[in-house]
Design a protein around this ligand. Structure first.
Ligand code: CTP
Length: 354
């Protein structure tokens, strides 16, 4: 019953298929149809600002072909026209990059009016039209694609538009959440440093990511959380950046742990047992080892040291039942705490002298 619809696969799915990369989401554009027809065919409308539907069986996204014209400030404020007369070429023209503006018919025929395949070949991220400048999120998207698509560069003409957008203060209107999504994708990408480098070149670290202005330009492998830690930001910058971006707590926790405890964990054999004890307790190794394990992993990735032995120490420490030692009987409150700490210190000192 869907044969009546004139559908094309578009965006990232076509781009990634042509690049031989795994395809995650498949987005479709429907030409010549109406909201009424889509609903009649059983599609479920999900778009608030423009007509986007979910396929009743595959749940893939189908959007009516549309044109957009910016009216207000920032990411929203678009006048959308999704009349059935809007052509595929018009729909592709409002998209960000030529490599994202290739459509594929259900028969497998590519429709590529803006030279996307040529730019894929040349590994070039190039805007489709002046409409690029209407959506400030695209500054971050381009930087993120540069991190994800190895060997791709950004066309100078596109960088010029990005610079003009940042200079005009357009990035301020974005939400923290949208910026964070792009940043996190870049952190998980093969070349996170490209994200930072491209943003630096167009002035795009202001106002959201200013703390990245002086971070090391090198990343090693790891999750997006590990990569966030590898930025090695000072405590104050971690806090400011995380508050501004409202990033998930695990990122802030991991980066803070590194900033505060990496040194002790690296030199655990030489540090004062008091300091080692404070660190173990702060990392709550007596409850669970996950925080220390994450820290140890990222310490090895940044400092190229083997901290496996501190995990063995922490495991033994976590398994101690010092509170039920005979000397602890009858103690309460402050006295209990002091006696427990003395036992813990004694145990650590003996362990370290082995
Ligand atoms: N698009 C755009 N401008 C945006 C967001 C999206 O022009 N700010 C267009 C692009 O054509 C893009 C398509 O909508 O390819 C789908 O967007 P999205 O799913 O967000 O990204 P993908 O390009 O598919 O890439 P990925 O899924 O890897 O994020």
């Amino acid at each position: 019953m869907f044969e009546t619809l004139n559908c094309y696969l578009v965006g990232g799915a076509v781009r990634d298929e042509l690049l031989g990369r795994p395809v995650h989401d498949r987005d479709w554009v429907v030409v010549g149809s109406t909201v009424e027809e889509m609903l009649r065919l059983g599609f479920v409308q999900v778009g608030k600002d423009f007509p986007v539907f979910l396929h009743p069986i595959t749940h893939e996204e189908y959007a009516l072909a549309r044109t957009e014209r910016k009216q207000g400030v920032g990411h929203t404020g678009f006048v959308v026209d999704a009349h059935p007369s809007v052509t595929l070429r018009q729909d592709l023209k409002r998209r960000d990059l030529t490599v994202n503006a290739i459509a594929k018919s259900v028969d497998g025929i590519l429709f590529d009016p803006y030279g996307g395949q040529q730019d894929l070949q040349a590994k070039c991220l190039r805007h489709v039209s002046a409409a690029f400048g209407e959506d400030p999120l695209r500054v971050f998207r381009v930087a993120r694609f540069a991190a994800q698509l190895v060997g791709f560069r950004v066309a100078q003409s596109t960088l010029n538009i990005m610079s003009a957008m940042t200079e005009a203060g357009e990035l301020e209107s974005l939400s923290a959440q949208r910026v964070w999504v792009e940043f996190e994708k870049a952190l998980a990408a093969p070349n996170p440093q490209e994200f930072i480098a491209i943003l630096k070149r167009c002035g795009g670290l202001e106002p959201w990511l200013v703390e990245l202005n002086d971070v090391p330009a090198k990343f090693s492998s790891g999750s997006s959380v590990d990569r966030f830690v590898q930025l090695q930001m000072p405590l104050q910058n971690i806090e400011t950046l995380c508050n501004r971006l409202k990033c998930p707590g695990r990122f802030q926790q991991a980066a803070t742990d590194y900033s505060a405890y990496a040194e002790t964990v690296t030199r655990w054999r030489e540090v004062d047992p008091q300091q080692l004890l404070d660190t173990l307790l702060a990392l709550r190794v007596n409850h669970a080892s996950a925080r220390l394990e994450a820290l140890a992993r990222v310490v090895s990735s940044i400092r190229d040291v083997d901290v496996a032995e501190v995990l063995i120490l922490a495991k033994e420490f976590g398994g101690l039942a010092l509170a039920s030692e005979p000397g602890m009987k009858g103690l309460q409150g402050k006295a209990f705490g002091q006696a427990l700490r003395a036992l813990q210190l004694q145990w650590l000192t003996t362990y370290l002298s082995r």
